[in-house]
Design a protein around this ligand. Sequence first.
Ligand code: FAD
Length: 441
Amino acid sequence: MSQPLRLIETSSPLPAHADAVVIGGGIIGVFTAYYLARRGLSVAVVEKGRIGAEQSSRNWGWCRQQNRDARELPMATRSLELWQQFAADTGEDTGFRRCGLLYLSNDEDEIARWARWRDFARTAGVTTHMLSGREATERGRATGRAWKGGVFSPSDGTADPAMAAPSVAAALMKLGGTVQQNCAARGIEVEGGRVSGVVTEAGTIKTRIAVYAGGAWASSFCRQLDIRFPQATVRQSIVRVSAVAEHLPDALHTARVSVTRRSDGSYSLAISGRGRVDPTAQLLRFAPQFLPMFAKRWRNVFPGGLEGIRGGHETLARWQLDAPTPMERVRILDPRPDAAAVKQTYDRAVELLPALGQAGIANAWAGFVDSTPDGVPAIGEVPEIPGFILAAGFSGHGFGIAPGAGHLIADLVTGEEPIFDPAPYNPARFKRSAWGQVADF
Ligand SMILES: Cc1cc2nc3c(=O)[nH]c(=O)nc-3n(C[C@H](O)[C@H](O)[C@H](O)COP(=O)(O)OP(=O)(O)OC[C@H]3O[C@@H](n4cnc5c(N)ncnc54)[C@H](O)[C@@H]3O)c2cc1C
């Protein structure tokens, strides 16, 4: 594991009973547990590896409304408020700042797309500023070049992927929630047609509510329960360079490369959408549903290698509850970064912002982005197993919208008025049709 991550200690014994068990200690799992605990429920989080060690610490940290699909915009907007509220309520630092996001372009079509999104966003009460050529060039002066146009979204921001999930887990523990690390959930117990317990490698926790927030492992876990959840992963790589003396934009996107300032002053560099698809049995199983998405992104998605099989998260195997599972074999999905992408990303970033060249590459890592066929997450109770709530498939944007997703799940569990309409996320849509509209990224 080469990405920075705050390590937290969690030493409480496995509880025999909990009002709710959250499986998976990524950003979705810990925010869900936090909002449940705030409502007075006893909550246990079980994480097979370390809190935040998979996608949730490997991302850029962008928390954005900008260019969001209409189905996700309400969740994005509420999440930005909740990131701020979380810090005020708990004193825990996730590194969240409304620093604004800057998009620069010399491509008229891209600029026109952003303008269309601005018009749509206005109808949802979201402010974003289109930049003229002069304004874009001025805001992007660190690049030392002229731009035809751009966007600045002042109410968006970033949080720190190294700090966010562990900080939320720490806040949960202060509220009395328990967190087990190195503890895989192997399956679910069902009695009288609904969830009655979560079976872990360390014993069983009796509960009527199991929230599965297992990221890239979701489809193979669901398969054990005879739930069909179409999911595919793409391996994306990130480069980190140390702090430099010059003042660079906090969060800058261009079509060739994107640059994000981290809390410690270092920078994450990445090429938006670029990734490798590592063939697995699961990928073949769901390939027909994912063809429209891959067709839309073919310019940036390349064939991969054995990293998917090595990870084991996309196995079609069935496992037993009384023996080690693939999740205990691979505690943390830590795929190799794509060497070609690392070089290209660094070269492009230095070409865009020469100051970054002073620092050299500090480290690089990769993460498996887990997607649904329509690019919108699955959040909700699975009708086949009352009490089993799925929260996965965040399709490359789950970090920024995690507080809203966690709040929504707590609303659904406790029967309160949902913070926003849950209908677009209903997992049942994959039964009806897998060919829904593919979200824009
Ligand atoms: C390179 C990259 C860049 C990205 N950039 C952004 C961005 O800028 N903004 C944004 O909003 N999103 C971004 N994303 C997406 C975002 O990181 C994810 O959508 C989000 O982190 C998903 O969170 P999660 O909790 O669902 O999954 P994860 O963080 O993957 O966590 C799932 C956890 O569940 C655990 N688990 C699984 N099965 C079990 C089990 N049976 N028992 C116990 N534990 C289990 C795993 O060990 C893991 O820790 C990016 C992703 C990547 C990889």
